[in-house]
Design a protein around this ligand. Structure first.
Ligand SMILES: Nc1ncnc2c1ncn2[C@@H]1O[C@H](COP(=O)(O)OP(=O)(O)OP(=O)(O)O)[C@@H](O)[C@H]1O
Ligand SMILES: [Mg+2]
Length: 368
């Protein structure tokens, strides 16, 4: 496992800017990534695409080898992408936990990674966060390669893992002080910084409570506060909503919007499509290590020919279902229905937004 972790920089790097939670920290003149070749804004690969070849025992891959392994990998062009990957691959023995993933995360977006258990979401996120070494392919975070400059990537990135870990004997405030210290934030700034973070995640009353005494949802919030300690531009949140009650999920959603409003880019994973669909400007659908479709929900549904389904109830008690290709057609349909004289519409609701259809069509329920 030690070979999987990036070399050096076990402790977090020095912080680059003031430790406020508003405004993004911008590193000076990052080296631009190589310009990606032109391509389609949406990637759709057949789920039947064979997995990348397994390395023979002892075979070493280096970043860049993916081009040889996987000659036809898809490319994506997004003019201002804070994260790009190209042919990103992580092999565990013969298993492609992530196989040939090329994606682009637009700056300022909320990018949802959706996929079933074992799809490769966590593996992908940890590679972007510079915590796991890819077997092949490339990653750039704001122009920095985690392989060449993991310190720069960690300055820019706040990572929230899918579990908080155990911190015996630490209070909530002490926990955040520990990470503020690790990021070399001057101790005279800690009180204001921690006040601000606890207010943001609504944990002010728990400042002196032991971390281990927090409920699961509170630990999730604390974990998010920890990821924000150094005011990162990019947040990578692995299943932040898991275990949260319905109210906490709504609050999390609002918090993510607030963070986006501060200029941050957020990559967030979930198994639950409806959860992501509500908040994400961009979505990547993964299964068995593959990125099956990527782009804005509208572009994915349009490109894959999904339909919107509406259920309409009339005043005579009858219910009818209608299928329309897009929002414009949906609006036209509803307008025509309410204008009818013979029957009155008393209720209508969306049965499927289209993305669910796409998800069901492109995924095959493969568990590897
Ligand atoms: N350290 C490891 N050693 C071997 N296989 C691993 C390791 N980490 C992950 N895998 C495998 O890689 C695949 C992808 O795992 P990953 O944790 O990335 O999936 P995930 O999409 O995050 O799943 P979940 O929704 O359950 O969190 C799985 O088949 C998993 O068993
Ligand atoms: Mg996971």
């Amino acid at each position: 496992m030690a070979d999987d972790v990036w070399p050096g920089e076990t402790p977090p790097p020095p912080r680059p800017t003031s430790p406020t939670t508003s405004g993004a920290a911008t590193p000076s003149a990052p080296p631009p990534p190589p310009p990606p070749p032109t391509g389609q804004p949406i990637v759709v690969t057949s789920p039947a695409t064979p997995a990348p070849p397994a390395p023979s025992p002892g075979q070493a891959y280096a970043p860049g080898d993916a081009a040889m392994l996987l000659p036809n990998r898809p490319r994506i062009e997004v003019p201002d992408a804070i994260v790009r990957t190209s042919g990103l691959t992580k092999m565990y023995g013969a298993l492609p936990a992530v196989g040939d993933v090329s994606l682009a995360v637009p700056r300022g977006s909320i990018y949802g990674l959706i996929g079933p258990n074992g799809a490769g979401k966590t593996t992908l996120m940890t590679m972007v966060a510079s915590l796991l070494r890819p077997t092949a392919g490339d990653v750039w975070v704001d122009g920095y390669s985690p392989l060449d400059d993991s310190a720069a990537v960690r300055r820019i990135t706040g990572y929230m893992p899918d579990g908080l870990g155990v911190y015996d004997g630490l209070s909530v405030g002490g926990y955040l002080e520990f990470f503020a210290s690790a990021y070399e934030i001057p101790s005279n700034e800690w009180p204001d910084l921690i006040d601000g973070l606890l207010e943001l995640v609504q944990l002010e009353v728990k400042r002196d409570a032991q971390v281990n005494s927090l409920s699961r949802g509170m630990k999730q919030r604390l974990s998010l506060a920890r990821a924000l300690v150094h005011d990162p531009q990019l947040l990578i949140l692995d299943e932040p909503a898991s275990g949260l009650d319905p109210r906490a999920r709504i609050e999390l959603r609002e918090l993510l919007w607030a963070l986006q409003g501060m200029g941050k880019t957020i990559i967030v994973s979930s198994h639950i499509l409806s959860e992501l669909q509500e908040i994400c400007s961009h979505v990547g659908i993964m299964e068995a290590g593959r990125m099956l479709a990527e782009g804005s929900p509208e572009s994915i549904t349009t490109n894959l020919g999904a339909v919107l389904r509406l259920r309409v109830r009339f005043d005579d008690g009858a219910e009818e279902e209608f299928e329309v290709p897009d929002r414009a057609a949906q609006i036209a349909l509803l307008r025509s229905l309410v204008m009818r004289d013979d029957r009155q519409v008393v209720e209508f609701r969306e049965v499927s937004s289209g993305l669910e259809d796409v998800f069901m069509n492109v995924t095959k329920g493969i568990v590897q």
